[in-house]
Design a protein around this ligand. Structure first.
Ligand SMILES: Cc1ncc(COP(=O)(O)O)c(C=O)c1O
Length: 413
């Protein structure tokens, strides 16, 4: 796939042309880590600026008589996007906030357990640990190990479901399971539907951390039936940062409260969560613009065709250049727009602390203008790449070259 391939019936040329026309991204930098913080396309950026100007032009009119209706229209569109009743979804600033809201609302006691995994996002595992500590409950962490030392072995969705099932069967105190829809540092697309089904058969509630899901996979609340589902619109669904959805199944809504009470606490679920005093609501008002941009690109199927094909080609190119393996998981378990490739041998002797991983990414960025995420699993370092409509295979060729060239030993690492 070279720069500027066109797919389907849209006239939009993904790759360099899309990047130059639709993104504000620095032209001289190679950016292959969309997953961490997203990037806002121009039409959405301009829509947000329009709302900011409205807010500044007439602050009272905006906050008292405009913003509620604007947010509600956006909520309705998000509900349609994830196939749920609009009354079951609220806006929050990000998944960190959403998961804290849910966790601190749950009536956990000393007899209860919560299940997380070793590949869960730090902030979420910390929240589960701290809430359990305060409530006297137990936080169980299931270790999710990759067969890195068993060539030919590969992790499957069935093995993943079994891992959860075994742990749940071993710990009858578990009342809540937190499962990622797409994991962060390992970029796994988890078999959430099957995990939810199993948990419900045991009377266990499920909270889905879907930080990376909206815009990367089709989401259908009626089909999944989670108890709680928290997803960022600002990673892959093109909105400004500070726009996330929290779905709460009707059966659980009475017990849910945001961690901050507002003057609307005694109104309905929507007001409780979304009206949190005076703040900038403009990211929430751009959910429609984000979904419209996705549609302007030709929709999720067309974007997936480009990004997933680029992911596969990039993964193969990088692994071949470095002579290293990819993460041993099946294609079904790999996130559509992200994947991992083990880094060359010289990186594995570095201390694998968060600090060092970040230092490596930062030094490579400063020296070569190439931005990637460096992650660690079981003592091995990996690049996690993200592929989006503004990327081309040349971005990954450059990444492959500079990681091979750069030497951590020359930088005291
Ligand atoms: C799996 C996962 N959960 C939660 C988060 C937190 O998202 P946010 O920073 O938007 O709160 C992230 C962020 O990258 C993530 O990858």
């Amino acid at each position: 796939m070279s720069s500027g391939d066109s797919l389907g019936d849209s006239t939009m040329q993904f790759g360099r042309e899309t990047r130059d026309k639709y993104y504000l991204l620095h032209k001289e930098k190679t950016l292959v880590n969309h997953g961490s913080f997203g990037a806002v396309p121009r039409p959405v950026y301009e829509q947000r600026n329009t709302y900011i100007e409205l807010m500044e032009y007439e602050p009272d009119a905006w906050f008292r008589w405009t913003v509620d209706d604007t947010m509600l229209k956006n909520r309705d569109r998000v509900a349609q996007f994830i196939s749920c009743d609009p009354e079951d979804v609220v806006f929050v600033e990000n998944v960190t906030e959403a998961i804290n809201d849910v966790m601190w609302s749950l009536p956990l006691t000393k007899d209860d357990g919560v299940l997380v995994t070793s590949v869960g996002y730090h902030a979420i595992n910390i929240t589960a640990t701290e809430v359990c500590k305060v409530r006297g409950a137990t936080c169980h962490k299931v270790p999710l190990l990759f067969p890195l030392d068993s060539p030919g072995e590969i992790l499957t969705p069935e093995a993943m479901v079994k891992l959860y099932a075994d742990c749940i069967n071993d710990h009858p105190d578990i009342k809540l399971v937190i499962v990622d829809h797409i994991t962060s540092s390992s970029a796994l697309l988890m078999p959430v539907k099957e995990i939810i089904k199993f948990c419900h058969s045991k009377g266990i509630e499920v909270l889905v951390d879907a930080a990376h899901a909206p815009g990367q996979i089709k989401i259908d609340m009626q089909d999944l039936d989670p108890d709680y589902y928290a997803g960022n619109m600002h990673k892959w669904c093109h909105t400004p940062r500070g726009c996330a959805l929290l779905y709460i199944a009707k059966r659980n809504q009475n017990k849910m409260n945001p961690i901050r009470y507002s003057k609307f606490q005694y109104r309905n679920l929507w007001y409780r969560f979304t009206s949190q005093g005076t703040r900038d609501h403009t990211p929430y008002c751009c959910a429609i613009a984000g979904i419209d941009f996705l549609n302007m690109c030709g929709g999720l199927d067309k974007v997936t065709a480009y990004n997933t094909s680029l992911r596969d080609k990039a993964q193969e190119l990088i692994a071949t250049t470095w002579g290293t393996p990819i993460l041993p998981v099946t294609k079904e378990l790999t996130a559509p727009f992200m994947c991992l490739i083990m880094m060359p041998d010289k990186y594995h002797d570095c201390p694998q602390t968060d600090d060092v991983l970040d230092k490596i990414a930062h030094k490579i960025y400063k020296e070569y203008n190439v931005l990637t995420a460096v992650v660690s699993h079981q003592g091995r370092m990996f690049c996690r790449i993200g592929c989006n409509i503004y990327n081309t295979i040349e971005d990954y060729e450059r990444l492959a070259k500079v990681v091979l060239e750069w030497d951590p030993r020359k930088h005291g690492l």
